[in-house]
Ligand binder design. Structure first.
Ligand SMILES: Cc1cc2nc3c(=O)[nH]c(=O)nc-3n(C[C@H](O)[C@H](O)[C@H](O)COP(=O)(O)O)c2cc1C
Length: 206
């Protein structure tokens, strides 16, 4: 079998950082966790996904981040899926911390973020997002390089009524009225307000 055509394809060194050399499509979520002083933390993550068809959701986070330490300490986290109109709010949640090196170091930008309380777990959501998950930490996979995968079991799901799919006919209307926020790492985002039906093969079953 022929190998990839070196006239059109370049091979990168996997031992060197390579994810920033091209674009991909990712979601953008805001993870909520509780600090040890009863205040809450919010931080954006794009390496995040359902973990299968059932009630698991995972995200990748470095243990250097408060999000990881809080989720591991409290065993719960929330997930908010912001709308494109909230991209600045999601970004603000990644503002640098201020304070003495030996702590407590705060993220003052969080004071600007409107929040709503979760119902099943101790936590908050980003207000006006379109999808909200409340998760209990189920397991974690550490030492994926400098990162870890935190997997939660979903305890509650809340969806903006306008984002809820009610019939196939209304799918495009739903997207038009409630566009989705896509993150294109490492530095772009897109608002998706239309999409084509996927050309599933005849007889396809998931
Ligand atoms: C658009 C965007 C996407 C991000 N995605 C991730 C991610 O998937 N995983 C991660 O560990 N950090 C990610 N970060 C960085 C952190 O979430 C961010 O630095 C945050 O402030 C860490 O805060 P914390 O210490 O409160 O957890 C992302 C930042 C931005 C701006």
């Amino acid at each position: 079998m022929d190998t990839l055509d070196s006239d059109t394809v370049v091979s990168l060194d996997p031992d060197q950082p390579f994810w920033e050399r091209f674009y991909m499509v990712a979601p953008l979520v805001v993870i909520g966790t509780q600090n040890d002083d009863d205040t809450y933390n919010l931080a954006p993550k794009h390496m995040a996904s359902p973990m299968g068809w059932s009630d698991y959701f995972g995200f990748v986070c470095t243990p250097r981040h408060k999000t990881y330490r809080n989720a591991v300490a409290q065993d719960v986290f929330t997930v908010s899926f912001p709308k494109p109109s909230q991209v600045v709010l999601a970004s603000l949640a990644a503002s640098p911390r201020v304070g003495p090196p030996e702590g407590p170091r705060r993220k003052p930008s969080l004071d600007q973020l409107p929040t709503r309380a979760a119902t099943e777990v101790e936590g908050v959501f980003l207000e006006d997002a379109y999808l909200f998950l409340e998760c209990e930490v189920e397991r974690r996979v550490d030492e994926l390089g400098e990162n870890s995968l935190l997997i939660g079991k979903v305890q509650a799901v809340h969806v903006d009524k306008k984002a809820l799919r009610v019939s196939e006919q209304s799918d495009n209307k739903t997207l038009r009225e409630t566009p989705l926020l896509a993150y294109l790492p490492p530095n772009r985002y897109a608002s998706i307000d239309s999409a084509n039906a996927f050309p599933f093969p005849a007889g396809f079953e998931k």
